[in-house]
Design a binder for this molecule. Structure first.
Ligand SMILES: Nc1ncnc2c1ncn2[C@@H]1O[C@H](COP(=O)(O)OP(=O)(O)OP(=O)(O)O)[C@@H](O)[C@H]1O
Ligand SMILES: [Mg+2]
Length: 308
């Protein structure tokens, strides 16, 4: 008998089209485990936000099956949303309310008892380092403060599942670290997290499981370490500059895979010393060697061209 709890989100052949256009989410399958952090990665337009909006029940699914907390959508949208905390891609704070009022309105909407609500709001303001800005309107806040307020607002109803669409885009490193620590703390409390990010270091730090998607389809799914091991070599040596003869010679070294982008040659390898020894013997070449990471996987799998 399996002791694993049922998935917090389950999607089967989940599809979304807008009007008569080609689907932007094309029959994807995934199960998201309770108490874990699950990340959707993919280039602009891959279908990440659309998928998250279907999970929230605010964008109707076109076909397939989608259930959250065991309840099927679209029927149970309201019941599901009461147990969710949402951080949308774009902040949608109420401009007419102060920081504390934005939090209070959300709590009242979700029926949080008044005393509990005030205690929770104070804790959230402290947690997100916003106590001194409680009486400010959103327009008086910096971008990072608005993001912290949006995350605090998502926690007012003490949600079981928190959905964050690019939670730290545009934030400085201090704020990102505060938010990461908070998200990890929430996971230790048994909360589940679903997020998107364009920061591969963020995905590597936070996510237990990832889906890499492109053009509405899943390219791969697994833990960050497994995905890295599956798709790229252990190391990459980045070589700057334009050296045609160097490229020719590097190609002769066994088990090296070369990718050129702009003025940089990426030499992927499991035998990094062979390449480094060769490059060290040539004067005037700028290079540096590092372990492969999710960014290499992402660029290898989804290409290096810009997306609209
Ligand atoms: N309301 C809409 N009407 C028509 N097309 C839409 C609508 N919302 C999204 N799309 C299209 O669906 C596709 C996926 O968009 P989505 O916002 O899900 O991408 P994303 O992966 O979140 O990208 P990004 O990283 O830029 O946020 C895009 O081609 C987009 O133009
Ligand atoms: Mg998006």
């Amino acid at each position: 008998m399996s002791l694993t709890s049922p998935p917090v989100i389950s999607a089967h052949q989940l599809t979304k089209s807008f009007g008569d256009n080609e689907p932007v989410v094309c029959g994807i399958d995934f199960d998201i485990e309770k108490g874990k952090c699950f990340g959707f990665l993919g280039p602009n337009g891959a279908g990440k936000t659309t998928t998250l909006r279907m999970i929230q029940g605010v964008s109707p699914i076109s076909s397939g099956k989608l259930s959250v907390f065991g309840y099927e959508l679209p029927k149970n949208g309201k019941k599901i949303r009461a147990r969710l905390g949402i951080v949308p891609q774009d902040d949608n704070l109420d401009p007419d309310f102060t920081v504390i009022e934005n939090l209070r309105m959300y709590g009242i909407y979700f029926g949080v008892p008044r005393d509990l609500l005030e205690t929770r709001i104070n804790a959230l303001l402290e947690f997100m380092h916003l106590q001194d800005r409680a009486r400010d309107k959103p327009e008086q806040l910096s971008g990072g403060m608005k993001r912290r307020l949006t995350i605090a607002r998502a926690l007012v109803n003490d949600p079981e599942l928190i959905i964050l669409d690019e939670p730290t885009t545009g934030l400085d490193p201090q704020v990102r670290h505060i938010i990461w620590a908070k998200l990890r703390e929430l996971m230790t409390q048994g909360k589940s997290i679903v997020m998107t990010t364009h920061y591969m270091d963020e995905a590597e730090r936070l996510c237990d499981e990832l889906i890499i998607m492109d053009s509405g389809k899943i390219l791969d799914q697994g833990s960050p370490a497994n995905i890295v091991n599956r798709h790229v070599e252990s190391h990459v040596v980045e070589v700057r500059g334009n050296f045609p003869s160097l490229t020719k010679n590097l190609k002769k070294i066994n088990s090296v895979r070369l990718e050129k982008y702009g003025d940089t040659l990426f030499c992927y390898t499991n035998q990094v010393h062979d390449i480094v020894n060769y490059l060290a013997s040539i004067s005037g070449v700028h290079y540096f060697s590092r372990s492969c990471n999710l960014e290499d996987v992402f660029l290898t799998m989804t290409g290096r061209e810009l997306r609209e």
